[in-house]
Design a binder for this molecule. Sequence first.
Ligand code: NDP
Ligand code: OXD
Length: 307
Amino acid sequence: MKVLLAVAERPERWHASFASLLPEAGIHRWPDDAPAEVDYALVWKPPPEVFRRVRVRRAIFNLGAGVDALLAVETLPPDVPVVRLEDAGMAAQMAEYAVLAVLREFRDADRYARAQREARWSPLERRDKRTFGVGILGAGVLARSVVRALAPFGFPLAAWSRSPHAVDGAESFAGASALPRFLARSRMAIALLPSTPGTRGLLDAAAFAALPAGAHVVNLGRGDLVVEADLVAALDGGHLGHATLDVFREEPLPASHPFWHHPGITITPHVSAVTLVAESAAQVAAKLRALERGLPVSGVVDRSKGY
Ligand code: NDP
Ligand code: OXD
């Protein structure tokens, strides 16, 4: 069995992991050792040249959860299944990040930090948890992990998705028509959506206006979910209280970008859930073996939906 590995980051670690998990396979590295034909390709943000030079017969594994970058590669063969990472150690990381963001807001951690810097003793009134709705945009693998992690704190939770789902511990909203009602009850809105034609620019002036006054927006999905100018206008106009952003339209976020110095924006560099090589390689190797045995696998991307 021939496998092509095309990754720009940590190629040695990926190679070593796959070589030990799939000793029966020949693992070939892009670009120097790329054969003309392989059974499987294991890729993350591959250049278009990969699929021009290498024909993939069985499946393409995306070494990440989001497939927007891969689906945008114009040479991606249309008839080869694309399989994405599901959780692979990212769900627990997303849960940690979301809990941190929610508790930081709910317990006024930033306001107390500012007060300390000014040597100001100023106790704030306790917020009412019953009116502190937390809404998660998305009800997929990562969003559900966030719901599970937040559930013990007692915030009113809701999840919004494309199709209706029962999400344990959260009120469920589905479809574009339910979005305004979902936003109206979300004092914190946490985006865990993929970037697709249906989600790009979703968080715009209308969405921000639909959130309650003082709301906090957290974007952990993809940068292009947010209309940047609308976000800044909603923060500057005082309707939005804060934004916590882990993902951006352009990454790395350019040093000259106004987000860096905006007092209402907290930034992290796309680290809310990092890809863990060992866990991810183990998941991919197990699915690859299942495909070799003719068994179905989960995480096959529906290209018509874009995720
Ligand atoms: P899933 O595919 O499991 O979940 C996607 C969710 O988005 C589903 O619930 C889906 O609805 C919903 N959705 C998609 N389109 C729409 C729409 N138009 N309207 C409403 N809901 C929609 O993905 P994951 O949970 O595994 O990952 C989510 C995203 O997180 C990834 O695509 C990636 O962009 C991002 N990510 C970010 C990372 C980071 O470090 N910041 C790390 C890893 C991933 P339905 O259930 O009805 O299909
Ligand atoms: C992913 C990511 O999609 O790292 O896995 O953002």
